[in-house]
Design a protein around this ligand. Structure first.
Ligand code: ADP
Length: 381
């Protein structure tokens, strides 16, 4: 029988998955074992894995002993293939060959129960009984709010790691997954351009990005998409949609053969619309092109919602490198209690740990506006 590890670090992935999560897991496991001599326990399915385990062992000291035995004896890949095991001691082999794979081998989940203070209290008690040295939470805004709860309500050290393709976390220049998602969008635009050009069409493609248009902006800059519509300027009116259509039409009169329009998921309309935004824009553009006397009444507009395609695929080298840098910072912070709880962030291209609730980087908004201007001047005909 193997021993249960001394003061292990728990790592979990929560909320929407993002490319780079597996690269982070590999890095944190390898650095934990090779540099810090600490065991890393992976939690299956984010907070849900902790909540379920806490419920299974609640009030039963024997159950905690059995759980520790299971964690000690069924490790690495053997633990991963046992779907009933929620906490797995990771070893070198269990993270081999996963760096470039999207998603997360530990699973990610949403867990509404974790919003309830008494459920979280059960999780803290579980973590104490399992001698947790610290918890690392990898995820988006919601998951990091959960991590902040752990920091404020318990004495268990916690480090958050930003992972979301939306790039909507304003305290960091980049989150894990953004670079890969931009790459995927450039690939998608390249495919849509072929058909748009052949049929002289306008394609309206919806990207992810609920709060921020940064993903769509970066993809537009990198792919050469002719137009990008983001949520930041506020809801789109009918008159604004007509003026966008007029810009596309103007390009066509000056010799453009097609147009790719990227619209971020967070874009809203005034008055509000229940239909998907790519379809709302398609109708508005089509109506404009077909107005009496318009020069291109036959110009076709086709919508497409790119959806979860943007979350998957091979993780880019930049995301793999960022994952390794964030893993290094997270472990350094845990090893140095003076640094305290917080979230890993990229600021002025340096990886560091900032406190929960850190201010937005002033450069972030400026950078978004600068990207808009740059894109406009690059794509106008
Ligand atoms: P993301 O991390 O991708 O933004 P969600 O917003 O769905 O995804 O959050 C993921 C999970 O984080 C939630 O299902 C919940 O378990 C936890 N969570 C989110 N917000 C809070 C909060 N305010 N307090 C505690 N836990 C939270």
């Amino acid at each position: 029988m193997n021993d249960y590890p001394e003061k292990p670090i728990f790592v979990l992935f929560s909320g929407g998955d993002a490319p780079g999560m597996n690269a982070f897991l590999r890095a944190v496991v390898r650095l934990g074992l090779n540099r810090h001599n600490v065991a890393i326990l992976g939690v299956r399915d984010g907070y849900r894995g902790l909540v379920r385990t806490a419920r299974n062992v609640s009030g039963d000291p024997e159950a905690i002993i059995r759980l520790k035995q299971q964690i000690a004896n069924t490790t690495g890949r053997a633990g991963l293939i046992n779907a009933q095991q929620h906490i797995i001691r990771m070893d070198h082999a269990s993270v081999s060959g996963i760096m470039g794979k999207g998603g997360t081998i530990l699973g990610s989940a949403r867990c509404l129960e974790f919003m309830e203070p008494e459920v979280r209290a059960g999780v803290y008690s579980l973590l104490k009984q399992l001698d947790a040295c610290a918890v690392i939470v990898v995820g988006g805004d919601g998951s990091l709010s959960g991590a902040r709860c752990i920091a404020e309500e318990s004495d268990i050290p916690v480090i958050g790691v930003p992972a979301t393709i939306d790039n909507d976390l304003q305290f960091t220049e980049m989150s894990l997954g953004v670079d890969t998602a931009v790459n995927t969008l450039v690939w998608a635009v390249d495919h849509f351009i072929d058909t748009a050009r052949s049929h002289r069409r306008v394609m309206v493609l919806e990207t992810m990005g609920r709060e921020s248009g940064d993903l769509a902006r970066m993809a537009a800059l990198a792919s050469g998409a002719e137009m990008v519509i983001t949520p930041e300027p506020g809801p789109l009116t009918q008159a604004q949609m007509e003026s966008l259509a007029a810009r596309i039409e103007g390009g066509m009169t000056r010799g453009r053969g097609h147009a790719i329009v990227l619209v971020a998921e967070g874009v809203k309309f005034d008055p509000p619309q229940t239909r998907n935004r790519a379809y709302v824009l398609m109708d508005a553009f089509q109506q404009y092109f077909q107005r009496p006397g318009g020069p291109f009444p036959d110009l076709e507009v086709r919508p497409s919602v790119l959806g979860h395609l943007q979350r998957g695929g091979h993780t880019t080298p930049n995301d793999c490198i960022l994952a390794a840098r964030f893993a290094e910072e997270a472990l350094e912070a845990i090893a140095n209690p003076a640094i305290g709880n917080g979230i890993t962030a990229l600021r002025h291209n340096r990886a560091e740990v900032v406190p929960f609730g850190a201010d937005a980087l002033p450069d972030r908004a400026r950078f978004s506006r600068a990207m808009d201007r740059l894109h406009e001047d690059l794509s106008s005909w």
